[in-house]
Each structure stands twice: as C-alpha cells, then as structure tokens.
Design a protein. Structure first.
Lengths: 119, 117
C-alpha cells in the first residue's frame, strides 16, 4: 500500500494567490482529516470527512479556506487568497472506521505533509 | 476547554537510558488517549492508544504509557532508548466515537527527543 499521498510536498507562493493542496487517502478508508502544523499552535484539526461528507469544519480558520472530497479517493484543501500567516505544514490523514464497532482498532495514517510558504 | 499539555519542549537522553515523556490532559469525559511519533519531514505514526481497560498500554517500538485518571496524565515511557528513537512525540486526546470516526484529535505541542551516543 502506498499510504496517504499528498501533493505537492512543497509549495511556495505569493500572498494573494490561490493554493490547492491535494490528498489521496489509503484505498478503502472512509474517514479523511486535514490537519495544520505550526510552531506556535502545534497540530490543529481543520476539517474531517466521513464517507465523503464533511462532518466537522469548525477548525477551518476563515472563509478563505475550503475543502472538498468529491469521491472516496481524493480530497483538496484550497486557500484563496493565501496570506503569509497560512504558512505551515498541512497534513492529510485517513482511517477506516466501522460504525457498528466504535471501539474497533481504528488507526489514523498520516501523509508526509505539504510544506506551504506564503511570501 | 479540552486541551493537552506536554510540559517538556525538548528532552535529551543518553542512548540506553530510560525515558519518560509527560502528558497531561483536560477533558470533560473519559478520553481516548494517543501517542504519536513524528520523524523529520514525515507524517505522524501511532505508537499506542488507550480506550479503556488496563491502564498500562503497550505500543510499538518498545514504548508503553500509563493512564492515571487521578492525575489526568498519560505519560510515555521506554526502558532503554535507542538512537533511532530521536524524533518528536505528540500526545493526543479524542472524544472517542464522533461523526463516524475516532480520528478527530486534539494534539499537544510535542516533545522533541534527542539521543546522545
């Protein structure tokens, strides 16, 4: 299995530009998470999807941020317009959860992240 | 408010020495607790987790953690550290089952572990 695949690994852009981060979860997983990591705030959950449906987007910082999951094998996180304070590492993670077994051995698998620098 | 505190930002231990990384949490209900490890330039990998039952949890790579409800702590331990353990370690807490998954976690800010030869 290739694991969770994120692209690009590094993104450098100028303030005001649109940025799109991409994630391919592990095949068969039904939950997908977008996290952001900064020195100041650590790891923060931005949004997560279950069965392609957004469940909780309360961590999305502003309307400039949007996330989609058009199908089970692809998700995007878009920032428009980008600002220097958006500079961070953005992680995507996926898991397989079974609703009938809430204490099952669900495990998060993280991608290697996208290092975003907004100048 | 729900939170996770890792009081040590950076710890250095000698190879072969024992290790304990501290984690305290604030949570309104019985939490689900996790420890993750992050190597440079990589994503996070799950070391171990506690849901219920035995308060001493065994994980991968020889790590263990003990849940102490009275102290709101979930400290990570390893009896003998190897150079390859140098990484950043994150404690996390979650609500358990919510919205179809257990993965919506609150992370601590991490403890960076350095290992001296």
């Amino acid at each position: 299995d290739a694991g969770v695949i994120q692209s690009p690994r590094h993104e450098v852009t100028e303030m005001g530009q649109e940025v799109t981060l991409r994630c391919k979860p592990i095949s068969g997983h039904n939950s997908l998470f977008w996290y952001r990591q900064t020195m100041m705030r650590g790891l923060e959950l931005l949004i997560y999807f279950n069965n392609n449906v957004p469940i909780d987007d309360s961590g999305m910082p502003e309307d400039r941020f949007s996330a989609k999951m058009p199908n089970a094998s692809f998700s995007t996180l878009k920032i428009q317009p980008s600002e220097p304070r958006d500079s961070a590492v953005y992680f995507c993670a996926s898991s397989f959860s079974v609703e009938s077994k809430p204490d099952s051995n669900e495990k998060l698998f993280f991608g290697s992240g996208t290092q975003l620098s907004v100048l | 408010a729900q939170s996770v505190t890792q009081p040590d930002i950076h710890i250095t231990v000698s190879e072969g020495a024992s290790l304990e990384l501290r984690c305290n949490y604030s949570y309104g209900a019985t939490p689900y607790l996790f420890w993750y490890v992050q190597s440079p330039g990589q994503g996070l990998q799950l070391l171990l987790k506690y849901f219920s039952g035995d308060t001493l949890v065994q994980g991968i790579k020889g790590f263990e953690a003990e849940f102490k409800r009275s102290q709101s702590s979930f400290n990570l331990r390893k009896p003998s550290v190897h150079w390859s353990d140098a990484a950043e370690y994150f404690c996390a807490v979650g609500p358990g089952w919510y919205g179809g998954s257990q993965g919506n976690l609150i992370f601590g800010k991490g403890t960076k572990l350095s290992v001296k030869p």
